[in-house]
Design a protein around this ligand. Structure first.
Ligand SMILES: Cc1cc2nc3c(=O)[nH]c(=O)nc-3n(C[C@H](O)[C@H](O)[C@H](O)COP(=O)(O)O)c2cc1C
Length: 159
């Protein structure tokens, strides 16, 4: 018998500090964005990254339909953008996304990856989408927005 519940698991995973991304895609239904911290680099050769999406998210079906997605790594002044794409709609941000090779992305992000879905792995109540990177951008001067223990943060200093 397990001696922990879903909340314990979520809290323990929350001890792992991550960056914050906005996943985006484009289908016949329009552009869609979703905040996610379950982002991982997978392989350098070939260039692969992965995201993990809740079965309940709209994004999961959108990516299945489009076969591609973009990942924008948010900068440390973009907490409002993270909330907007996590279900707390902010009218002022409703047209924020801009075009990159026919995919929407967050302008001014610390890094951007455009991908084509290489593999879809169903895992419990989430689905992993492994994407092959076709284009990337990086703005080294922008510090990352962080997420840890259910709170947003920024780097105080490099160790
Ligand atoms: C910091 C943060 C990280 C999140 N990470 C994920 C994630 O990795 N995967 C996921 O499925 N949902 C994640 N969410 C929740 C989704 O952003 C939220 O459920 C969103 O409203 C789903 O959008 P959609 O259903 O319109 O696609 C996260 C939310 C926050 C605030």
């Amino acid at each position: 018998m397990l001696r922990f519940d879903a909340r314990d698991l979520r809290n323990a995973c929350g001890s792992f500090a991550t960056g914050v991304t906005v996943i985006t895609t484009r289908t016949d239904d329009g552009d869609h964005g979703m905040t996610a911290n379950a982002f991982m680099s997978v392989s350098l050769d070939p260039p692969l990254i992965s995201i993990s999406l809740d079965h309940k998210s709209k994004m999961r079906e959108r990516i299945r339909a489009s076969g591609r997605y973009a990942v924008s790594i948010l900068g440390d002044d973009m907490e409002h953008v993270a909330w907007h794409f996590a279900g707390r709609h902010n009218e002022a941000l409703s047209t924020i996304l801009e075009d990159r090779h026919d995919l929407p992305v967050v302008p001014g992000a610390a890094a951007v990856f455009l991908t084509e879905v290489e593999q879809e792995v169903d895992a419990g109540d989430h689905t992993l989408f492994i994407g092959r990177v076709t284009h990337l951008e990086r703005r080294a001067e922008i510090g990352p927005l962080l997420f840890c223990g259910g709170k947003f943060a920024r780097l105080a200093a490099a160790i």
